[in-house]
Design a protein around this ligand. Structure first.
Ligand code: CTP
Ligand code: MG
Length: 238
């Protein structure tokens, strides 16, 4: 399917986290990578796509960094208030999309602000792989290493079958109404929701895993940024 035949899609970028595991002087999405902030690279993954309908970035109310970025003035980019947990931020973004005129059946891609190295080929693979899907799904990467279950004493209890274990990445792509309903119901039931797919799973759906590249890394700890900086400096970033 060529990009022109693809359905339009909206993007939500949750960017209201504090990045506690990075232990930096600011939220990790505002740290520098190749001369620009991480979140600017993240937005670049979507802004020139011909099927993009618009982007909503979810920002903490006391965030002093976002208003100073050039992309804050881009007319394709709108803001929504961030929430206490990631899923609260995403819900806020979904409500903002409703205000912007998005339809219940429109596709929404949720992508972490701290995941700046999404390859265009992966985005196209996700859009094409789910275009006719009744549920939606996510980019994911099959586990590579041998996996161990480790007990509280730090000793290995067993080796886990890695052939059925995949790491959940983003973007995660669902229909606006279905995702909002699933998130609201899961929050109401106080279920732990760490990504959009887990809300859909809790609602009884089976999101589709689309195999993506392992270098679509989320910056979580300092070594992740060091690794990405090497890619950028050697011209191997996407
Ligand atoms: N996020 C958000 N609202 C929150 C928490 C997280 O929008 N209340 C966003 C983050 O800004 C990030 C993405 O969700 O882009 C993924 O979350 P994570 O990697 O956990 O980021 P942080 O919560 O910022 O980091 P940490 O958990 O280390 O504090
Ligand atoms: Mg977090």
């Amino acid at each position: 399917m060529s990009p022109r035949e693809q359905p339009a899609f909206w993007v939500i970028i949750p960017a209201a986290g504090v990045g506690s595991r990075m232990r930096a002087d600011r939220p990790k999405q505002y740290l520098q990578l190749g001369g620009r902030s991480i979140i600017e690279h993240t937005l670049d993954c979507f802004l020139d796509h011909p099927s993009l309908a618009g982007v909503v970035v979810c920002i903490a109310s006391d965030d002093p960094y976002w208003p100073n970025l050039p992309c804050a003035n881009d007319r394709r980019v709108q803001c929504a208030p961030g929430g206490r947990e990631r899923c609260d931020s995403v819900l806020s973004g979904l409500r903002r999309l409703g205000e912007l005129g998005a339809d219940e059946h429109d596709w929404v891609l949720v992508h972490d602000a701290a995941r700046p190295n999404l390859a265009r080929e992966d985005l196209e693979k996700l859009l094409a792989g789910l275009a006719d899907d009744p549920v939606g799904g996510l980019l994911a990467v099959p586990a590579r290493d041998t996996l161990k279950r480790v007990g509280p004493d730090g000793r290995v209890m067993e080796t886990v079958d890695r052939s059925v274990i995949w790491q959940a990445f983003t973007p995660q792509m669902f229909r606006l109404g279905m995702l909002r309903n699933a998130l609201e119901a899961a929050l109401e039931a106080a279920v732990l929701i760490t990504d959009e797919a887990s809300a859909l799973e809790w609602a009884g759906h089976a999101p589709k895993a689309i195999e993506g590249r392992a270098d679509n890394l989320k910056v979580t700890r300092p070594e992740d940024l060091e690794w990405l900086a090497q890619r950028w400096n050697s011209g191997r970033a996407h």
